[in-house]
Design a binder for this molecule. Structure first.
Ligand SMILES: NC(=O)c1ccc[n+]([C@@H]2O[C@H](COP(=O)([O-])OP(=O)(O)OC[C@H]3O[C@@H](n4cnc5c(N)ncnc54)[C@H](OP(=O)(O)O)[C@@H]3O)[C@@H](O)[C@H]2O)c1
Length: 329
């Protein structure tokens, strides 16, 4: 099969389209013929081996342990191992392979059934592949860690990108009063996604306008911890999703002290595996409450261009990788 292989850490130039052996599913796995995948920050962080700490935490010290990246996938089950109970060949599925070693930037991947759910019936393969990581991140940051309650004021910093377009819609689905922060060209798009208020960060500083929020979900990591804290209402929460090294240090070293002193909560989003999430993501997508926003589509052979675009940090929704099975890639 064709796969985009990442043999060593580096820029998108290290990625190589190669012919590799098609995987064989183990007893508890399914072989999925991938029709579409989507790219996330996770992919380019892993491709670059950054932050360095992640190498010590398991991505591989000198070279990536998982040579085929790509977490978000959608496709059709080609075959199933003998212990698989929920799926059969021909089923349309989507899923998140991050917890089982990536593998999405290829024509086929072999994964345990917990990594998959039936594809939302109302979505194309491209739309379905765009959802898992972004939707799960939005659910974990807003509902699970942020504990957003109906009517509460929530601010989403970095509202127009891969995660942000889901954050805005999930916050609306949770009945929060949503303020979205993005750049000028994305103001209309973010409003159309359901934001009650939109702040163009090039025109207005949300940490200086006197408003206070019950929850700040920070996909952009563009301000200092003291600035975020100033924009929190008493008892409010700050959840850091995106990061810079400097902000990470501030949160780790000063977060609990500042939180106690100012009666707020400050924390990093801890990505946790929850096998029920995908089924919930599917139900929300099928209800129409959240609609994936696709910015650009690239064939698998142009994955390096897709990653370069994502690394610029201004994607408008998701970057999707289409995977052909007719000899081309
Ligand atoms: N992708 C995932 O599933 C995932 C999961 C967990 C954590 N994360 C982390 O979350 C972060 C964001 O990821 P992403 O995939 O959403 O990135 P992205 O697609 O590159 O989006 C970044 C967003 O930040 C906005 N932005 C840039 N400068 C800003 C500023 N000064 N103020 C406010 N917003 C600003 C951009 O909006 P404009 O284009 O309008 O400037 C853009 O919408 C990354 O650090 C990533 O590691 C991602």
């Amino acid at each position: 099969m064709k796969a985009m292989v990442c043999p060593k850490y580096g820029s998108p130039d290290v990625l190589q389209l190669q012919e590799v052996e098609k995987p064989t599913p183990k007893d508890d796995e399914l072989l999925v013929e991938i029709h579409a995948a989507s790219a996330n920050a996770l992919d380019w962080h892993t491709m670059r081996g950054e932050p360095f700490m992640s190498r010590l935490m398991g991505t591989g010290l000198l070279a990536p342990k998982n040579k085929i990246l790509g977490a978000d996938i959608a496709g059709r089950v080609e075959s199933v191992g003998r212990n698989v109970t929920r799926f059969q060949p021909g089923d349309a599925v989507f899923g998140d392979t991050y917890w089982c070693g990536f593998g999405g930037f290829a024509q086929y991947v072999s994964v345990p059934e917990y990594a998959l759910a039936p594809k939302p019936a109302n979505l194309t393969f491209e739309e379905a592949a765009s959802a898992p990581q972004g939707m799960i991140t939005a659910l974990h940051s807003l509902r699970d860690q942020g504990q957003l309650q109906p009517g509460q004021k929530v601010l989403i910093n970095g509202a127009a990108g891969t995660v942000g377009t889901f954050s805005v819609q999930v916050a609306r689905w949770l009945n929060g009063e949503v303020t979205a922060v993005c750049g000028t060209r994305n103001v209309d798009m973010v409003r159309a996604l359901g934001a009650d208020h939109v702040i163009d960060y090039s025109q207005e500083d949300f940490t200086q306008n006197g408003e206070r929020y019950d929850l700040i979900v920070d996909n952009a990591a563009s301000r200092s911890l003291s600035e975020y804290q100033r924009a929190l209402a008493p008892g409010g929460s700050y959840v850091m999703v995106g990061y810079t090294f400097s902000l990470l240090l501030q949160v780790l070293l000063l977060g609990s002290w500042r939180a106690k002193r100012n009666d707020v909560s400050i924390g990093l989003l801890n990505p946790t595996e929850n096998r029920k999430d995908l089924d919930e993501v599917r139900a929300i997508l099928e209800s129409g409450a959240v609609v994936p926003v696709i910015d650009k589509q690239y064939p698998l052979s142009r994955l390096p261009d897709a990653i370069r675009y994502l690394e610029e940090g201004h994607a408008r929704g998701k970057v999707v990788i289409t995977v052909a099975h007719n000899g081309a890639a």
